[in-house]
Design a protein around this ligand. Structure first.
Ligand code: 5GP
Length: 115
């Protein structure tokens, strides 16, 4: 299921990486929705939130803690931000490699569009 994100993680495709370690790679979204828009991506190839295993419990928590730290470093922890995980078609997932969006730097507006 390799996607462009695996290439970015391996350094085989360019990206504006803000943080990387042995578990996670974080880089700026190529089409940002707000002044701060960082993708927090597990290095492990997990396609969607549906594909998280019980053994990924620690990794899932680490994604959240990494988002918290990057929000603080971006200076948006006090003003606020939104964390989003899209899953499959109705969730609007485009890249089939699990990722957490950290979005902030402006008011985010309604949580979802009401139709
Ligand atoms: P999704 O809709 O799957 O939750 O979000 C995928 C995100 O990945 C989109 O916001 C899109 O702009 C971003 N994206 C897609 N391809 C690339 C890429 O090659 N580089 C970077 N930095 N972001 C990408």
């Amino acid at each position: 299921m390799s996607t462009i994100f695996s290439k970015i993680i391996r350094g085989e495709a360019p990206a504006d990486i803000v943080y990387q370690d042995d578990r996670v790679t974080c880089f700026r979204d190529i089409n940002p929705a707000a002044p701060v828009h960082i993708l927090i991506v597990p290095n492990k190839e997990i396609a969607t939130a549906n594909d998280l295993d019980d053994e990924d419990e620690s990794l899932a928590g680490y994604l959240l803690l990494t988002a918290r730290r990057l929000a603080r470093e971006a200076g948006i922890d006090e003003s606020g931000y939104r964390l989003i995980i899209n899953c499959n078609r109705d969730g609007g997932q485009v890249v089939d490699h699990l990722h957490l969006h950290l979005i902030g730097g402006r008011p985010m507006g309604p949580m979802v569009v009401r139709v």
